[in-house]
Ligand binder design. Structure first.
Ligand SMILES: Nc1ncnc2c1ncn2[C@@H]1O[C@H](COP(=O)(O)OP(=O)(O)OP(=O)(O)O)[C@@H](O)[C@H]1O
Ligand SMILES: [Mg+2]
Length: 420
């Protein structure tokens, strides 16, 4: 068999790997129980010393196994958190090793499916890993590249994720058009204005066809955080006062608990000491007790997952019930679509601004856009979807595979770049 050319979408929430061989259309390789996506999650078990991945990692953690869950590891690239270590029993793991471990697992699973080694890869990257800081953004790509090498890839190229989504869509284009790709995922919202046509689709170098790219570090995990801070963290005392009524209790533990990639920071002795003193001086110590129970029970990810469930339910329903029950804590609250909209209004505006900015950079008006190509799980959030439609009222809207189109496009790019 010819050496397959591969593309990997290393997503904040979900990852995929696709291959293109010969004249075959690209295809997504099954990565977990026959499914083409694998949640970007690892669980380091303290009981068995095993490392688990994807849905299996989340299930093991939720079932109460002792260990460390890591999610949204992509969000750490380029930030100061990257240099922190995570304690796994006696070992101190660096983030680079954690990212490499996940990538190596995806590689091994794909190789097992293909019966063939893979060492050449086009890896997706967001338009911006880090907002407003080009140096940190370069550092982030360097960290990802180092992890790819550590995982065993030799020939590595990067492509912007929204461009990859456009390449996948372009296979079905019959005439020249100007498209804007909106890829709203777990960690970032990425936009690309691109000229598409059947002829252009055959060319390897598309630089001249990319009219502009833009993006902002806002995605579904931010919506989870915002919804949590508005509707759930108050149940644990967020926003309440000290007993003397002079000041609110410290907010940082709540922000960490509501932010997927910061949850593990709470699980150290200094935070527990801080929470104990917060409890002593709180006007509403009962709520702080619930917060302490969640931190002590290492339940932060389970709580965040319930918030994410409510957010997802509100894509189809006007009301949903937030419900979290563990040994010592019971939390329940109705959440409406209006609550979600109010919580995420600022984030939706940032996404709209990024789209607007991208258009401006391309030097065209919204009315020049023929096609709005949407991908990424967060485009299912009604408020986000509406923002996009309002921005491009005249454009034909094309919904691609929300979870697969980036990976497929990266494999198309890999085929062109590396040949088959
Ligand atoms: N039906 C739904 N309604 C609302 N949000 C959803 C839905 N399905 C998935 N999501 C959200 O989509 C996000 C994941 O989308 P996706 O898999 O496209 O992201 P990603 O590629 O991992 O992230 P990124 O591209 O930003 O690195 C998560 O935040 C998830 O909660
Ligand atoms: Mg993505």
């Amino acid at each position: 068999m010819a050496r397959p050319a591969c593309g990997m979408d290393f997503g904040t929430s979900n990852s995929t790997l696709a291959i293109s061989t010969g004249n075959q259309p690209p295809r997504l390789v099954p990565l977990e129980s026959g499914q083409p996506t694998i949640p970007t999650a690892l669980f380091y078990s303290f009981d068995t010393d095993e490392t688990r991945f994807g849905r299996d990692a989340m299930r093991t953690y939720v079932e109460g196994a002792d260990g460390r869950l890591l999610r949204a590891i992509k969000s750490v690239l380029g930030t100061s958190l990257f240099n922190d270590t995570t304690r796994v029993k006696r070992r101190l793991l660096g983030f680079g090793d954690i990212v490499a471990t996940f990538i190596a697992e995806v590689k091994a699973r794909a190789e097992a499916d293909l019966g063939h080694e893979i060492d050449r890869l086009v890896c997706g990257r967001p338009v911006r890993f880090v907002d407003d800081d080009d140096a940190a953004d370069r550092v982030a790509q360097g960290q990802l590249e180092a992890a790819l090498r550590q995982a065993g890839y030799h020939d590595i190229a990067f492509q912007f994720e929204p461009i990859a989504a456009a390449l996948d869509y372009e296979q079905n284009v019959t005439r020249e058009e100007i498209g804007i790709v909106a890829d709203i995922g777990g960690g970032t919202s990425d936009f690309t204005v691109i000229r598409l046509s059947p002829e252009r689709a055959r060319s390897a170098d598309r630089k001249a066809d990319i009219l502009s790219t833009g993006g902002v570090h806002v995605g579904g995990t931010d919506l989870d955080r915002l919804l949590s801070l508005r509707k759930v963290m108050p149940l644990l005392g967020y926003g309440t006062l000290t007993a003397d009524g002079k000041r609110p209790v410290p907010s940082s533990p709540y922000v960490d608990l509501a932010t997927w990639h910061r949850i593990n920071r709470l699980y150290g002795a200094p935070v527990m000491a801080e929470l104990t003193s917060t409890h002593k001086e709180a006007a509403d110590p009962k709520r702080i007790e619930k917060l302490i129970a969640i931190v002590e029970g290492r339940l932060g990810h389970a709580l965040a997952a319930r918030v994410e469930d409510v957010k997802i339910a509100l894509s189809d329903a006007d009301v949903a019930r937030f419900s979290f029950h563990a040994d010592d804590v019971a939390l329940d609250a109705p959440v409406s679509r209006d609550d979600l909209d109010a919580a995420i209004a600022g984030a939706a505006r940032k996404i709209a601004d990024a789209a607007h900015e991208t258009l401006k950079r391309a030097g065209i008006g919204a009315d020049a856009v023929d096609t709005l190509i949407v991908t990424g799980g967060t485009t299912r959030v009604p408020a986000v979807s509406e923002v996009l439609s309002e921005l491009f009222p005249a454009a034909r809207r094309v919904a691609t595979d929300a979870f697969g189109s980036v990976g497929l496009g990266l494999a198309i790019e890999a085929g062109r770049r590396f040949g088959n």
